[in-house]
Ligand binder design. Structure first.
Ligand SMILES: [Zn+2]
Length: 128
């Protein structure tokens, strides 16, 4: 049983070992940051991640990728609070929402590395 003010969680051995490994490797560095124990290290990592998530949530991108298929890219438009479908049609991207080939969603789709790779492997390039 953990001492008062503490809770315990169970993680898989592989997760534990990965953290333990990383902890051992940067123990000196961490100790300078005030992290003196393995559980302190795990708490520190969780806290860091949480902060990152919160920062990310505060600066939520206006458009987010939902999924990328070979002929259809699904985006979430956080400005208009809706899902936008950009389809690959006749070797061009076409936004179903704006009904055009050159809108912010098409631009965003081209800016995603996986979409860009998928398109350029099919010989599709961004219109000028
Ligand atoms: Zn659009």
């Amino acid at each position: 049983m953990p001492k008062p003010g503490f809770k315990s969680i169970t993680v898989s051995e592989s997760v534990y070992n990965r953290f333990q490994d990383a902890y051992q490797k940067s123990q000196e560095d961490l100790s300078r940051k005030g992290v003196k124990s393995f559980s302190g290290y795990v708490s520190y990592m969780l806290e860091e991640q949480m902060l990152k998530d919160e920062t990310f949530a505060r600066h939520a991108p206006m458009i987010k990728k939902v999924s990328v298929e070979s002929d259809c890219i699904i985006l979430r438009d956080n400005v208009h609070n809706r899902i936008v479908e950009v389809s690959v049609h006749n070797n061009e991207l076409y936004c179903q929402r704006c009904e055009q080939k050159d809108c912010v969603h098409v631009g965003f789709a081209f800016s995603m590395p996986d979409v860009y790779d998928m398109l350029s492997s099919r010989g599709i390039t961004k219109p000028k």
